[in-house]
Write a protein that binds this ligand. Structure first.
Ligand code: NAP
Length: 288
C-alpha cells in the first residue's frame, strides 16, 4: 500500500469548507496530469490559524487555498505577497517556498481567463458590476487593468459602492467609474455591455432571488453571474428569457483554481483550454 507515498500535499483552509468544490477541481486536475499530488480541505477556526500555518511549514504542504473567513487575516502570516494581493489586501492562494509563505489572489485573473475562454473582448467596454465585496473588488481591479472604459459599481449598501468606486478611481484615474444602488436609478442600462453579478443574491438556497430586474438593457448585453450554485441562477434565467448571452460562475471557479495550480506548479502544466474543458465536464455533474 504505497498509494500515499511521497505525495505532494495541497489543501483549502476556511470555515466552513465541507461543501467546497475545490477538492473536485484540484484532485481531478492532478489525475488528468498524472501527478502524485493530493488536495484536502481543512475546517480551521480563527484561533487555529497560527498553529496550522506552522504545521504546514513542518509538514511541507506545497501550497494551499484560503477562503472565508481567513482571506484577510492570512496576510499577517505571509512572508511575501504578489502585487495583486497587496492591492486587494486579500489572499486566496499561498505557495510554500521552503518555509516562506507567499500570498496571491487569483479571483480577478481567474475571472479574466474565463472571459478569454468565452472569447469576450472587454477593452473599451462599459461594465456594470453588482456588488462591492471581495469578489467585486478583485474583478473590478482586473477589468480596469484590461482597459475597460467605464465601470458602474451598484450595491445594496451605497456607502460600500462609493468606497469601491473611489478606490478604483484612485488606482485607475483614466477610467470613468460611477456608483449606484441595485435599483440602477442612475445607470443608463442601454449603454451597458456586460453585467457581472458579484453579490451573493440568487445563491443556493435563495434561488428565486435576482439582484436586479433585466429590463431596459440592449440586446447585445452579456450577463455573467459569478454565483455557481445553482448553475442557472434567477438572474441568468431572466437574462436568457431576454435573449442575452449568459455565463455562470463555474467558469471563474475553475479558472481561479487553474491559476492557483499555475502558481504552485508552473505555467507549462496549465494547458488552460484543454484542462478547463475536461474539468468543467466533471464539475457540472457536481452542481445542479
Ligand atoms: P462578500 O465580500 O461578502 O460580498 C457580498 C456582496 O453581496 C456585497 O456586495 C453584499 O452587499 C452583497 N449582498 C449579500 N446579500 C445581499 C442581499 N440580500 N441583497 C443585496 N446584496 C447582497 O462576498 P464575495 O467574496 O464578494 O462573494 C460574493 C459572491 O460571489 C458569493 O456568492 C460567492 O460565492 C461568489 N464567488 C464566486 C466565485 C467563483 O469563482 N465563481 C469566486 C468568489 C466569490 P452589501 O455590501 O450591501 O452587504
Amino acid at each position: 500500500m504505497d498509494i500515499m507515498k511521497n505525495k505532494d500535499i495541497y489543501c483549502l483552509i476556511g470555515d466552513p469548507v465541507s461543501k467546497s468544490l475545490s477538492p473536485v477541481i484540484h484532485n481531478n486536475y492532478f489525475k488528468l496530469l498524472g501527478k502524485n499530488s493530493i488536495y484536502f480541505t481543512f475546517n480551521i477556526k480563527d484561533k487555529e490559524l497560527d498553529i496550522i500555518l506552522k504545521s504546514f511549514k513542518i509538514l511541507d504542504i506545497k501550497g494551499f487555498n484560503v477562503t472565508i473567513p481567513h482571506k484577510i487575516r492570512i496576510l499577517d502570516y505571509l512572508d511575501e505577497m504578489s502585487e495583486e494581493a497587496e492591492i486587494l489586501r486579500a489572499v486566496n492562494t499561498v505557495k510554500n517556498q521552503k518555509g516562506r509563505l507567499i500570498g496571491y489572489n487569483t479571483d480577478g485573473i481567474g475571472f479574466i481567463k474565463s472571459l478569454e475562454l468565452e472569447e469576450i473582448q472587454i477593452k473599451d467596454k462599459n461594465i456594470l458590476i453588482l456588488g462591492a465585496g471581495g469578489a467585486a473588488y478583485a474583478i473590478s481591479i482586473s477589468l480596469a487593468k484590461e482597459g475597460v472604459s467605464k465601470m458602474t459599481i451598484a450595491n445594496r449598501t451605497i456607502s460600500k459602492a462609493i468606497s469601491l468606486s473611489e478606490r478604483i478611481t484612485r488606482l485607475f484615474p483614466e477610467i470613468d467609474v460611477q456608483y449606484d444602488g441595485l435599483k440602477l436609478e442612475n445607470t443608463n442600462r442601454e449603454k451597458v455591455d456586460l453585467v457581472i453579478n458579484c453579490t451573493a443574491v440568487g445563491m443556493y438556497p435563495n434561488i428565486d432571488e435576482s439582484p436586479i430586474e433585466m429590463e431596459g438593457f440592449s440586446k447585445d448585453l452579456i450577463v455573467y453571474d459569478i454565483v455557481y450554485k445553482p448553475r442557472k441562477t434567477k438572474l441568468l434565467q431572466l437574462a436568457e428569457s431576454k435573449g442575452h448571452h449568459t455565463i455562470n460562475g463555474i467558469s471563474m471557479l475553475i479558472n481561479q483554481a487553474l491559476c492557483s495550480q499555475e502558481i504552485w506548479n508552473g505555467k507549462k502544466d496549465c494547458n488552460f483550454v484543454q484542462n478547463y474543458t475536461k474539468i468543467r465536464r466533471i464539475l457540472e455533474e457536481h452542481v445542479e
